[in-house]
Design a protein around this ligand. Structure first.
Ligand SMILES: Cc1cc2nc3c(=O)[nH]c(=O)nc-3n(C[C@H](O)[C@H](O)[C@H](O)COP(=O)(O)O)c2cc1C
Length: 194
């Protein structure tokens, strides 16, 4: 089975699990990036779409992660699906989502979320919280219920994978690690000691 099919199966199981256990953010994933200073940095994002082209999240490209990704497109995603005892690591390079894709996702969001995202100078110093509230209020005055247009610096990134690792917990530490590496367009499967 190809890594995308395994991801699909496991994600479906996770989605079903989340429905019965009321996990708040089933699509949360840890994203790690590293800018040109060579210092890694991680934070959570929401996986908004995925297919065989890659794994998509949306953010402010002027944020710390956005700057990192401009300097160095290599990135890693880490899913930990507690309750299923599964960890999935995905590594590769990011590319921008298309304008249409970014616009379409932007308009699928609530008006309030669009005001809040457009007003946020994400990752820059905020002197006092009211400053952010004022910026949101100004946008609301200008754009009202229609909401602001998507800022050019707010868009999706697609992590195009070249490596997957599926870790599955087992009794007595007999865990399994099944890996797939893309070489010359072919996925190679191998296992690692846990
Ligand atoms: C569960 C969860 C989901 C998040 N999803 C996103 C997201 O999809 N996009 C985003 O820009 N920030 C998201 N955040 C906020 C980021 O973790 C982070 O604080 C923000 O993007 C700034 O990161 P940076 O300074 O490293 O760029 C999320 C946070 C949490 C806890």
């Amino acid at each position: 089975m190809k890594p995308f099919e395994i991801f699909s199966q496991q994600q479906q199981t996770w989605t079903n699990f989340c429905e019965t256990t009321h996990v708040r953010e089933p699509s949360a994933v840890c994203l790690s990036t590293m800018g040109e200073n060579g210092v890694p940095s991680s934070r959570m994002v929401l996986l908004k779409a995925w297919d065989e082209r890659g794994f998509v999240f949306y953010t402010n490209a002027q944020s710390r992660k956005g700057k990192h990704l401009l300097e160095n497109p290599n990135a890693a995603m880490l899913f930990y699906w507690d309750g299923l005892e599964q960890q999935i690591r995905i590594e590769g390079k990011v590319e921008h989502t298309s304008v249409d894709e970014s616009d379409s996702y932007w308009h699928s969001r609530s008006v309030d979320s669009r005001h809040a995202s457009a007003a946020s100078a994400q990752s820059q110093v905020l002197n006092y919280y009211g400053e952010y509230e004022d910026r949101v209020a100004k946008l609301k005055e200008s754009y009202g219920d229609e909401g602001p247009p998507r800022p050019k610096h707010w868009h999706g990134f697609r992590l195009v994978p070249t490596y997957f690792e599926f870790w599955e917990g087992a009794r007595h530490r007999m865990h399994t690690r099944t890996c797939y590496e893309l070489k010359n367009g072919v996925w190679h499967r191998f296992m690692l000691y846990p």
